[in-house]
Design a protein. Structure first.
Length: 365
């Protein structure tokens, strides 16, 4: 399918595969995280050429947004879509399973998070499961923005804690290009619509979770998902048009970037403090920080404001663009090979569509 990026392996058991056996319901481990991107990357210069925006726009994009490239799953010249979410999700899932020596039949439950499923029905998670040859197992799909990846991990985590399942596959990703009209004059659009062309990209990721400890697999210490949007206007809206309303004239998507700039850093700090306090960790004891990945500049700003200089920053948005529910998997893919015994990591995600806070804490044992 032409998806780029090779998987960075997670762990293997002593015999080269994840071992199965007695369920320890209090401990859940992250075995692997892998991703898939449609190539080649589209840099700011390519966008500027395609939409006739000029060198000043390209310079503005580099300076104020800080995202240098993204992957679009569409040909800018023809408008033809090259990859679906099921295409990318299947690739990421196969890589994540292969990294730990598991066949799809060893998976007990599948959970997916996405804001842009390929169709309202059937659910994309079921299309991926079908392609993987899976059957007779529970599957779940969460409709969510950037916090959906951690939400999907949380659902899988809770399913494993019941003791009825041993291995979970979690998939997340977004392919939002079908929501954009590439025939529009981008320069003439209002800023809340124009910024979407810069920020957002396409991608998918997958992770394998399990109940058995294995060499190199960090333990999931906490998962945190909290809706905090009561009374707050949405920071982002993505429409889904049917036959009756597709001529309504409403834009396919819009974003209140000013509200996001104001609220997301503060919410990120709240997530970090909640996880540290709950685990009784000190800020200076954090080895890795995976900040929200809205844009290159915003991620850098949030990381500075979180004030954990001892922690190594794990970021990807400069190269991948904001690809929604794939982002946490891209960060985890970079993180796992770096973790050593005793290392602690926290990942933070904020969904601005209706303001959801999410976080993940890992500890290598």
């Amino acid at each position: 399918m032409g998806a780029s990026r090779t998987c960075r392996p997670g762990i293997r058991g002593l015999n080269g595969s994840v071992e199965r056996g007695h369920v320890h319901t209090s401990d859940i481990y992250l075995y692997s995280a892998c991703t898939a991107l449609p190539g080649p990357p589209v840099d700011n210069a390519a966008l500027a050429r395609r939409f006739g925006l000029g060198a000043l726009w390209e310079q503005w994009a580099d300076t104020f947004i800080g995202t240098r490239s993204r992957y679009l799953a569409i040909c800018l010249d023809t408008g033809e879509i090259s990859h679906t979410l099921a295409d990318l999700g299947e690739t990421a899932a196969r890589r994540a399973l292969s990294a730990v020596g598991l066949l799809p039949g060893a998976v007990d439950v599948v959970v997916m998070g996405t804001a842009t499923p390929d169709a309202l029905m059937p659910a994309t998670v079921n299309m991926i499961a079908d392609r993987l040859g899976m059957n007779h197992l529970p599957t779940y799909q969460l409709q969510s923005g950037c916090a959906g990846a951690i939400g999907a991990l949380d659902v899988a985590y809770q399913a494993l804690l019941t003791g009825r399942h041993e291995t979970a596959l979690v998939v997340g990703g977004d392919v939002g290009v079908k929501h954009y009209d590439f025939s529009l004059d981008l320069a003439a659009l209002p800023p809340e619509q124009q910024v979407n062309a810069l920020l957002f990209g396409v991608g998918a990721g997958a992770a394998v979770l399990g109940t058995q400890p294995a060499p190199g697999a960090p333990r999931i210490r906490r998962l945190f998902v909290e809706f905090t949007g009561l009374g707050r206007p949405p920071g982002q809206v993505v429409e889904w048009f049917g036959q009756a309303d597709r001529g309504s004239g409403r834009p396919g998507g819009a974003e209140d970037y000013k509200a996001i700039e104001e609220l997301v850093p503060a919410m990120a700090g709240q997530i970090l403090r909640a996880l540290l306090d709950d685990l009784d960790w000190k800020q200076g004891e954090l080895d890795f920080l995976l900040p929200p990945q809205l844009s290159g500049r915003m991620s850098e700003r949030i990381a500075r404001e979180l004030a954990v200089p001892e922690a190594r920053l794990v970021s990807c948005v400069h190269e991948t663009g904001n690809n929604g529910n794939a982002l946490v998997f891209h960060q985890l893919e970079r993180l796992l090979p770096q973790m050593s015994s005793g290392d602690r990591a926290i990942a933070i995600a904020v969904e601005s569509s209706k303001w959801i806070k999410a976080g993940l804490a890992l500890e290598a044992e």
